[in-house]
Design a binder for this molecule. Sequence first.
Ligand code: TRH
Length: 379
Amino acid sequence: MKPRTHWDIFCNVIDNYGDIGVCWRLARQLASEHQLHVRLWVDDLVSFAKLAPELDPNCNTQNLIGVEIRHWVSPFSDIVPADVVIEAFACSLPERYIATMAAQHEKPIWINLEYLSAEPWIANYHGLPSPHPRLPLTKYFFFPGFTKPSGGLLREAGLFAERDAFQADATAQAAWWKKLGITAPSDALLFSLFAYPHAPISPFLAAWSSATKPIVCLVPDTPFSRDISTALGVEPLSAGKRICHGNLTLIGLPFLSQPEYDRLLWLCDLNFVRGEDSFIRAQLAAKPLIWHIYPQHDTVHQEKLEAFLALYCLAAPETQALPELWRAWNGLFDAPALTWPGFVATLPALTRHARRWATGLERQTDLASQLVKFSQKPL
Ligand code: TRH
């Protein structure tokens, strides 16, 4: 068997930044840590450029940090498929490409990279084959996750060392604030805020503005920034803008590149994150977090939220105040103003828990390495 060194990753940007956020992180890691030739096919380069500002959204083929980036357009041209093909989040590969895969003497390994979930059932489905109904091809399901029988999480090899160095380096932090044109806040609780527009922000703003300790809340520029200003009845919270409301100061940030967003998470005392990728990065930041889960039909997202809480809070009495607050933030319970002071009092203990949790995740084999291992098995 020849080594499977050429990879194609297909990414269809449905909405938001999570699809491309995950694919771009995976592509970079496969190229830099596993020395693979990676082609990343993306149908929306404009969204992509938000998290990778070096990208030229008008260029159909370009190289960035060792990854070949291709604009995925329709109709799809004739391309020799790679040895390993990642279909991200069941994005449906072009029919023409699938037909060419089937015509290869040595068939590519075809993997559907699934959405993240902490639900126990994923262990039973991870790695399962699904034969194509007509063609001599098999697709394998790959489930990221938090436990051993899952595909693991995206985590770069040097990430924790980089995080710890930044968290211990006052000069690097000062340079980071300066680059953003912000005077570093002192003696305030520092939050980062990234959520979906339906987050119940008003009671939280009320609780924060009347908090005993000042709160500085850093808000990257997304549609949610506008909801915050609307809730307060003030001008839009654009990048560089500062809004003071009682003991709360909101500071608008630009939408950051992925590495800069990591630094924001590393610096804050509490991170509000959402979806999938920012949710994982906040855990790897080893800081307390509040998760706004991507809403799904029926109660699917509620079950996912509870499954993660069950894992994260297992045998950790210091997380007692967390589930109620997470449910409130996700609109499943509504008493945040009452629970907020109690929650803040547990932040130091939650920080210790967050570090233990992150250290536990480090013991897991990361997702990119697991994919490489899977692709090397004779299937
Ligand atoms: O944008 P999201 O809501 O993405 C979602 C989820 O992935 C969801 O599961 C999926 O079904 C849906 O997309 C289609 O949240 P997520 O996953 O956190 O992705 C955000 C990405 O944006 C992540 O890679 C971090 C990055 N980011 C920056 O690079 N800079 C920023 O300033 C911010 C706020 C985020």
